[in-house]
Design a protein around this ligand. Structure first.
Ligand SMILES: NC(=O)c1ccc[n+]([C@@H]2O[C@H](COP(=O)([O-])OP(=O)(O)OC[C@H]3O[C@@H](n4cnc5c(N)ncnc54)[C@H](O)[C@@H]3O)[C@@H](O)[C@H]2O)c1
Length: 338
């Protein structure tokens, strides 16, 4: 800790200034997929071992489906302390030509608590979310050869890009989106970077039935749309929603042998504010506990497992802290006086 603090203090006048990083600055810090996976794994394991401080996100709701969440966290093992302030409006792309998810990260010095950085959080969210999904997928279904992705936007594209970094036997990735052009864009962007063959899906049913591991990143709303019906899902599959309770028939987590979540507290909070109208399914354990080896994941090839990861700020602050370190070393960003 001493050494890290000295390095930070040698590059930043702590308490008098902070580093501001635009989205491009964040990307220019140069974290690779392997870096994001390593940092995300560290954060999930710290979470699984309860070596963190992270109250469930609090939110304000300017309208029924629009929210801003405050997501603070401290992960001692990564010297990471901060807050993500993130907004989400499912209608942003159509109504305002803006991404669904936007926001800022604020980092603080762990000794003085002074703010040390503000950075755009879109790229961090767009990379750490798929990293959580594919790390969980690798723990629960390591030999998967087929992966299905519903939603080909920011998160879907990230998921397909990350998938084979963790699922080493992957041969085929099926993608499906209600917008044909989003599937085409994803394939054009990601296929040149990965070996697994990306195939355009024909329907919710066809993709669901053909894939061993499936994920969804579409939209989060309070009334479940149940685009995937429970009768299409079978034993031996692993389903990893990023969009809480919107996309999959709520009967699916109930028929699953295990319903695992990244944070029980977060899921209970979403339940309290109305995102599980039929009630929260029984939770087996948390994703980080599986990654830390503290809870069993898949216990037989026949099990149907649903693993819902709604997003945790322990991961955001750990990734953001590494970005700050690299940005300071590379002289990226703008120093702002406090
Ligand atoms: N779990 C997390 O940590 C986390 C983090 C960030 C975002 N999210 C959530 O992930 C979701 C996607 O975010 P994004 O930034 O990729 O949004 P995006 O707008 O970039 O992409 C969403 C995509 O889903 C498609 N879509 C919408 N309805 C669909 C349906 N019924 N079937 C198939 N495709 C459909 C859209 O056409 C679009 O291509 C949002 O709900 C967001 O809140 C979760």
């Amino acid at each position: 800790m001493e050494q890290d603090r000295e390095q930070l203090a040698s590059r930043l006048d702590i308490g008098k200034e902070l580093l501001y990083l635009t989205q491009q600055d964040v990307i220019s810090a140069g974290l690779t997929e392997a870096d994001i996976l390593r940092l995300t794994r560290d954060a999930l394991i710290a979470h699984g071992r309860k070596a963190y401080d992270m109250p469930a996100k609090i939110g304000v709701f300017p309208s029924e489906e629009v929210f801003c969440h405050a997501m603070p966290a401290y992960v001692a093992s990564s010297l990471a302390l901060g807050l993500k302030w993130i907004g989400c409006n499912p209608d942003n792309p159509t109504k305002y030509g803006r991404p669904q998810t936007t926001g800022l990260m604020l980092l603080n010095d762990i000794l003085s608590a002074c703010p040390i950085a503000i950075m755009d959080c879109a790229w961090i969210t767009a990379t750490r979310t798929p990293a959580v999904t594919v790390l969980a997928a690798a723990a629960l279904h390591p030999d998967a050869e087929t992966f299905g992705m519903f939603g080909c936007g920011v998160q879907g594209t990230g998921h397909v890009n990350f998938a084979e970094h963790a699922l080493k036997k992957l041969k085929t990735i099926h993608v499906f989106d209600v917008k044909e052009e989003n599937m085409d864009r994803l394939i054009a962007e990601v296929q040149p970077k990965i070996k697994a063959k990306i195939v355009k899906g024909r329907s919710f049913e066809q993709v669901t039935k053909e894939c061993q591991v499936l994920s969804s990143a579409t939209l989060i709303v309070k009334r479940p749309h149940s685009f995937v019906k429970s009768e299409w899902v079978g034993k031996g599959q692993t389903i990893l929603p990023c969009d809480l309770n919107t996309f999959w028939d709520p009967a699916i987590p109930r028929q699953a042998d295990k319903y695992i979540v990244d944070s029980i507290e977060e899921h209970e909070l979403f339940d309290r504010v109305g995102y599980f109208p039929g009630g929260l399914p029984r939770i087996a354990c948390e994703t980080g506990q599986v990654l830390a080896g503290l809870e069993p994941g898949r216990e037989s090839p026949e099990q149907l497992i649903v693993c819902s990861n709604i997003g945790m700020s322990v991961v955001d602050v750990v990734v953001a802290r590494e970005i700050l370190n690299r940005a300071l070393v590379r002289n990226i960003g703008s120093k702002l006086r406090l």
